[in-house]
Design a protein around this ligand. Structure first.
Ligand SMILES: Cc1cc2nc3c(=O)[nH]c(=O)nc-3n(C[C@H](O)[C@H](O)[C@H](O)COP(=O)(O)OP(=O)(O)OC[C@H]3O[C@@H](n4cnc5c(N)ncnc54)[C@H](O)[C@@H]3O)c2cc1C
Length: 442
């Protein structure tokens, strides 16, 4: 595949991902590839947030676990996402389908509410160097007539047990270091993280408590042998009682039941080179992650002074950084007039793959006896995958799948898959246009 095709499918190499550049050459543990045969209790396929969290929590419970990753830890969405540690996707309410989950969604909601705290706890417990800052999230508006909308949203989130504080213009100015905004909703929980560093930190935490991790070990097939499964790679096999495929949208033909069991989405991110330290401290002094009414995007400045802008690329332009770079540059200069004559240079541009369901809820699919595939944590993977890894490990350890936050179901059918991403692209372009007409970039 050439670079354009890799961008269009969300598989561009990690050397293009800004989070690695923001790590300033920090070295990460390396893992061997599988050579020869092993047996274990649980084989985990995929070394993203879910696979590494699951391996960690299984190993902590004394369950034997082998994790096989096709490329390197964090190659999938986990190492290349927008780094928002969140309880909901920017600009969206909770999916109504939650009520149909076990206990009317209560277990799932508990995981959502406690997601940021769970990430915080793991980062501290294993001392993971991933620039995690728990400064919450600001939903901004530059229009006075949005105030009523923000009040309604505040009441809604309050009713869901998620605290948001309405900031007036002066408080928003203090949080942003900018006079541009009329008000904001400040969600206190959550924050920002370097997701590549966090995923790798989870992997090394898992290895430290006994998980066996192999990278550059693509699983080529999973076959049942008696009561166990043979998980094959090109250079060795793992014989396991259980297999958990944490391959999400990066699934391959090795797990045929899952290749069409979701709608693939291709968001992308641009990052700018760090703003000079003398200027950076005054920009977003609250350290919150950001979104703005009318701007369908997630924005953050990390602790290194880099700005990141994540959205869905305009139709057919996933391989081009210019549209995103232009929007982020305009937004920054309007928000912070002190940047008017400062060069804002693109440092990195990359895309990734998400696995989507129409009701925006995650699934745990059963493929065979003891063979599960959890997918579709969508824009909440940092918190939800961390949490799902723990509850899945607990369910496996206790053999109590009935205690999971979602039921185990067969893989679903997703007709017209190739139309999903273009349809979302069109919808987001429409939202962008409406935002422009409403002055979101004024
Ligand atoms: C651009 C973008 C922005 C996002 N922004 C956010 C955000 O700000 N906040 C948030 O919470 N979430 C965000 N998300 C969602 C989040 O990243 C995902 O929900 C989460 O990373 C999914 O993790 P995972 O472990 O399930 O899958 P992945 O991280 O995708 O991992 C799957 C892994 O499986 C491996 N694999 C596949 N097939 C095989 C095989 N045959 N053998 C071995 N290994 C295999 C792949 O190489 C890959 O490493 C974003 C996603 C994207 C793409």
């Amino acid at each position: 595949m050439d670079d354009r095709a890799l961008y269009r499918t969300g598989r561009i190499g990690l050397e293009h991902v800004g989070w690695l550049k923001a790590m300033d050459g920090a070295s990460l543990p390396r893992y061997p590839s599988l050579e020869g045969d092993l047996s274990t209790d649980v084989a985990v396929v995929g070394g993203g947030l879910l696979g590494t969290s699951l391996a960690l929590h299984l190993a902590e419970r004394g369950v034997g676990v082998v994790l096989l990753e096709a490329r390197q830890i964090g190659f999938g969405a986990s190492g290349r996402n927008a780094g928002h540690v969140a309880t909901h996707v920017e600009g969206m309410r909770l999916p109504p389908g939650i009520k149909r989950l076990p206990e009317g969604g209560a277990r799932y909601m508990e995981l959502v509410r406690s997601g940021p705290a769970a990430v915080d706890q793991i980062v501290r417990r294993f001392d993971i160097a991933c620039n995690y800052t728990a400064n919450g999230h600001l939903i901004l508006t530059n229009r006075g007539d949005d105030l009523r909308h923000l009040e309604t949203e505040q009441r809604y989130w309050d009713s869901q047990g998620i605290t948001m504080v309405l900031l007036d213009a002066a408080a928003t100015e203090a949080a942003m270091g900018s006079l541009r905004f009329k008000a904001a909703l400040h969600q206190r929980s959550g924050g920002r993280i370097n997701p590549y560093a966090y995923t790798n930190g989870l992997a090394s935490a898992a290895a430290s408590v006994g998980a066996r991790i192999f990278t550059h070990s693509a699983v080529t097939s999973v076959r049942q042998r008696g009561e166990r499964w043979v998980v094959a790679t090109g250079s060795g096999n793992v014989l396991a009682h259980r297999v958990i495929a944490c391959t999400n949208a990066y699934v391959t033909e090795a797990i045929p039941a899952m290749t069409r069991a979701f709608y693939p989405g291709i968001p992308a991110i641009v990052s700018f080179k760090p703003v000079a330290a003398s200027l950076a401290d005054a920009l977003v002094p609250s350290g919150a992650t950001l979104s703005q009414l009318g701007l369908p995007a997630a924005v953050q400045k990390d602790v290194t002074g880099r700005f990141y802008f994540a959205s869905i690329p305009p139709l057919g332009r996933a391989a081009r950084s210019e549209p995103f770079a232009r929007t982020l540059g305009t937004w920054l200069r309007k928000t912070f007039p002190q940047l008017a004559s400062v060069p804002l240079e693109v440092e990195a541009y990359w895309s990734g793959r998400t696995a989507n369901t129409l009701d925006a809820l995650p699934r745990i699919h059963g493929i065979g006896p003891g063979f599960l595939a959890p997918i579709a944590c969508n824009g909440l993977g940092i918190t939800t995958c961390t949490q799902f890894g723990r509850v899945l490990a607990e369910a496996i350890h206790r053999d109590r799948y009935d205690e999971l936050p979602t039921r185990v179901t067969p893989p679903g059918r997703y007709p017209l898959r190739s139309l999903y991403d273009p349809a979302v692209g069109l919808m987001v372009s429409g939202m962008r246009l409406r935002g422009r007409m409403r002055g979101a970039l004024d």
